[in-house]
Design a protein around this ligand. Structure first.
Ligand SMILES: *[C@@H]1O[C@H](CO)[C@@H](O)[C@H](O)[C@H]1NC(C)=O
Ligand SMILES: *[C@@H]1O[C@H](CO)[C@@H](O)[C@H](O)[C@H]1NC(C)=O
Ligand SMILES: *[C@@H]1O[C@H](CO)[C@@H](O)[C@H](O)[C@H]1NC(C)=O
Ligand SMILES: *[C@@H]1O[C@H](CO)[C@@H](O)[C@H](O)[C@H]1NC(C)=O
Length: 474
């Protein structure tokens, strides 16, 4: 049994599938189930010789009876206790703020931790009783939507040939025969990329689709540019899906794309911008989070238990400092070096092209309902932070105006915790893009990463409102 993984790894290496991996640390994976799952994934690719290697019929990581707790405390003992549990892999950190943390408690430890928290007088509240149930109920099967559509249960012709007629039709987001994307379910990568290609073909005057790089496993990283080509337009960058499990991010970014394209002719604000939008920056991780482990965060660099680099710790501004781990097993593994990953490199190469008049860099994450600006690397703020704060306040207000919750605004190092290697720090600190923001979308810890699909529309609509508010100020 121990021979098997080694042999497979050698075969794959000799075929050059992991040729980009040569610089990986020689970390020995533990003989865990995850490692075997990783091997199964690779075998399935190898046998079928397909790029979609993670789509084989191998076991999903299950979260039956795992729970999510909100635990509150401020003293050192609380922090130390949680750090210990995390290092022992009994819990995983999800989110929270300086006083309350959302932790995922793995099923075998629920009882034990309940007792030990009781003894240490750590207050907690159960947010999700059975995480697997929450995962199973998060997303309606896309097939169901299509069936409804064919049976005429939902209005479907939101677009006419050429241009849309009214806003209402845009809002009737049912499945279109021409592409498979909807904003009623979380979709797979092929649906998202198929939608971008569809826009490129349907609206060639304003939409062009470009592959700006490819992932560790060779998936394309697609970007859509929406522009009328007018000189003097502002250039705005948006990305989604840096973190695989934050499904609401690609869903919201594609919603924003849809809004921009369909309202383009009737809205001077939209026309005054060259939009550069990459909805899924981490396509391998995204697919892996659909196929294998719903809670996968990193990319799919390497293999085994310690697979993956946290792309939002891999950007090259003050890379390698606090809040980014040097341990490949950590969820916040920073990678071998700044821009060691093809996904982050693709962003760097595109954004650093000369003569693009960048005005804003917007990166979409979840969750927590924050609008964050630099710096993330420590709790200091840039000299012009008042301007970032002023524009951020406009976004906060715009979200509330469309019925959304009140997002918290501030610099990420101060409001949350210091973390180095984030994309927004790089965009501002290295590229000099003045208005760099990370938007942490819904929710506030009720569902966390497993946000049911019926929240896509309201969340994405408020994200779009925030984008408009920011763009009109920069
Ligand atoms: C976990 O839950 C799923 C349904 O959510 C069920 O099919 C499966 O049998 C459960 N597995 C275990 C080990 O309880
Ligand atoms: C942190 O989160 C908790 C629970 O969601 C909330 O009650 C508290 O007000 C928050 N604290 C801060 C400082 O935002
Ligand atoms: C923790 O233990 C108490 C007392 O036995 C019990 O009432 C409660 O349901 C337990 N909570 C969890 C999350 O297991
Ligand atoms: C899909 O969109 C195209 C044009 O964008 C339109 O011609 C077609 O009728 C739509 N189909 C459905 C089923 O909505």
């Amino acid at each position: 049994m121990w021979q098997l993984p080694v042999t497979i790894a050698v075969v794959l290496l000799s075929q050059g599938i992991y040729s980009r991996n040569t610089g990986d640390p020689g970390f020995l994976p533990s003989p865990s189930i995850n490692w075997m799952r990783g091997v199964a994934a690779r075998m399935s690719r190898n046998n079928n010789n397909e790029q979609t290697m993670d789509e084989g019929p191998f076991d999903r990581v299950m979260y039956n009876n795992s729970q999510v707790w909100k635990a509150c405390g401020t003293d050192d003992k609380f922090q130390q206790e949680l750090a210990k549990l995390k290092n022992n892999n009994m819990i995983a950190m999800w989110g929270g703020n300086v006083t309350c943390l959302d932790i995922m408690v793995r099923a075998p430890y629920v009882k034990k931790l309940n007792e030990s928290f009781g003894k240490s007088k750590i207050n907690f509240e159960v947010i999700i009783e059975n995480l697997q149930d929450a995962i199973d109920n998060e997303n309606p099967p896309v097939e169901t939507l299509e069936l409804d559509n064919r049976q005429g249960k939902k209005p479907s012709n939101r677009m006419y040939l050429g241009r849309p007629k009214t806003y209402r039709q845009v809002e009737a987001d049912s499945v279109n025969e021409s592409h498979r994307l909807s904003w009623q379910a979380y979709h797979r990568l092929t649906d998202i990329h198929g939608y971008l290609d569809y826009l490129g073909e349907t609206y060639p005057q304003i939409c062009s689709v470009k592959t700006i790089g490819s992932s560790v496993q060779g998936r394309p990283i697609k970007m859509i540019k929406i522009s009328n080509g007018r000189a003097g337009n502002k250039a705005i960058w948006m990305d989604g899906g840096i973190h695989a499990r934050e499904w609401i991010s690609p869903a919201s970014v594609t919603y924003i794309i849809n809004q921009i394209v369909l309202k383009y002719d009737s809205d001077p604000l939209l026309e005054s911008v060259d939009w550069y939008i990459t909805p899924v920056l981490n396509p391998d991780g995204y697919e892996y989070s659909h196929n294998v482990d719903r809670l996968w965060r990193k990319n799919r660099r390497g293999s085994g238990f310690c697979t993956g680099t946290d792309l939002n710790r891999n950007f090259g501004h003050k890379w390698g400092g606090p809040g980014a781990s040097a341990n490949p097993c950590a969820e916040t593994y920073r990678g071998n070096s700044a821009f060691s990953e093809p996904e982050t490199t693709a962003v760097r190469n595109f954004i650093s092209q000369p003569n693009i008049p960048w005005k804003a860099y917007l990166s979409f994450h979840s969750y927590g309902q924050y609008i964050l600006y630099p710096w993330g690397f420590d709790s200091s703020v840039p000299a012009d932070y008042r301007e970032l704060d002023r524009v951020g306040q406009k976004a906060v207000a715009a979200i509330q105006q469309v019925g959304g919750p009140r997002y918290a605004l501030g610099s990420s190092g101060k409001l949350l915790y210091p973390a180095t290697g984030g994309s927004d720090d790089w965009a501002k600190g290295t590229m000099g893009i003045k208005y760099a923001y990370t938007l942490e979308l819904r929710d506030n810890g009720r569902y966390g990463f497993v946000l049911p699909a019926h929240y896509i529309q309201p969340t994405a609509a408020e994200a779009y409102a925030a984008v408009r508010a920011i763009v009109s100020e920069v």
